[in-house]
Write a protein that binds this ligand. Structure first.
Ligand SMILES: C[S@@+](CC[C@H](N)C(=O)[O-])C[C@H]1O[C@@H](n2cnc3c(N)ncnc32)[C@H](O)[C@@H]1O
Length: 284
């Protein structure tokens, strides 16, 4: 396995993914009852934007770098930038990018439970180290080195009966869409009421179309597609768009996401032809 998220941290797809993640978490946290946050492909938790990896493609400059100092009207964007700003730990300039574990840790309460699963030993070690910093309160937190898809069996259904699962696979394996689909079906059978967010890449070659078709046929209901593309889907090479399939999305999430993505689009895709797609793949 070669995937290193440090090359991509803070790029447009991370902006899209983490803004969406925060919107879901904030909704779940409106109620006083505890939740479970299960992050099946957690990564290392924190990324230095001036590292050799990050500066190789400088992807973050066209993502978080392009919006960090902007002014926005969408509450979801304002909230997301605020969380990224707090991760700079007092420095007003952008130098570090928090991954999904730190973003979640930032908003979760001590009563909530966090489970982070990561396959690569090095990434897992780095995540443990970062979470041990006192500001992250390692309360109710488990970091497991292992297979995120297997963790769906181990941790679901959760005793809290409320919460969400983020499945953010690296898409190195040719059958990743299939694994994601099977993972979701197994998980939803064990815990039908959970909120599930599955990230997927939009690239040329149309691999995403069989995924939509399989999910439509799956029998699952209440499936929302939330996509932000910075180039037409058939542009050869590279990542054209970032997608999130959400099972059991919070009330009116679609409207709020659409407004946020539309406000971001001219900045994340200033010279290319991007688009926003937020629609129900299967309704309630
Ligand atoms: C896209 S990155 C995760 C980024 C992270 N979720 C975030 O938002 O900051 C995907 C991660 O999955 C890890 N990984 C790959 N295969 C895995 C598997 N089967 N189970 C768990 N983690 C895996 C990779 O090492 C990589 O760190």
């Amino acid at each position: 396995m070669n995937y290193r998220h440090s090359f991509h941290a803070g790029n447009f797809a991370d902006v899209h993914k983490h803004l969406t993640l925060l919107a879901v978490l904030d909704y779940l946290l409106q109620k006083p009852k505890p939740i479970l946050f299960l992050d099946t492909h957690a990564g290392r938790g924190e990324y230095d934007l001036h590292s050799t990896d990050a500066t190789r493609g400088n992807e973050w400059q066209e993502g978080i770098g392009s919006i960090f100092n902007g002014r926005f009207t969408s509450p979801l964007i304002v909230r997301y930038i605020d969380v990224i700003r707090k991760a700079q730990q007092g420095s007003g300039t952008l130098h570090t990018y928090p991954g999904s574990p730190l973003i979640a840790t930032h908003v979760l309460r001590d009563i909530d439970r966090r489970v982070f699963v990561e396959m690569q030993a090095e990434e897992c070690l780095a995540l443990r180290k970062v979470l041990r910093q006192p500001q992250h309160h390692m309360i109710n937190t488990t970091v497991n080195q292992g297979d995120g898809y297997q963790s769906l069996n181990a941790y679901l259904p959760p005793k809290e009966r409320r919460g969400m699962v983020l499945m953010d696979a690296p898409f190195e394996a040719a059958d990743e869409f299939k694994q994601l689909e099977q993972g979701l079906l197994r998980a939803a059978e064990r815990w039908p009421d959970g909120v599930y967010c599955l990230w997927y890449p939009i690239k040329s070659g149309g691999l995403v179309n069989p995924f939509y078709a399989a999910m439509k046929r799956s029998g699952l209901r209440n499936l929302l597609l939330a996509e932000l593309s910075v180039r037409p889907a058939d542009t050869p090479l590279g990542l054209n768009g970032s997608g999130m399939l959400i099972l059991n999305p919070p009330w009116q999430l679609d409207t709020r996401l659409r407004a946020a993505y539309q406000e971001l689009l001219p900045i994340l895709a200033p010279t290319t032809q991007g688009h926003v797609r937020v629609e129900w793949l299967v309704g309630e």
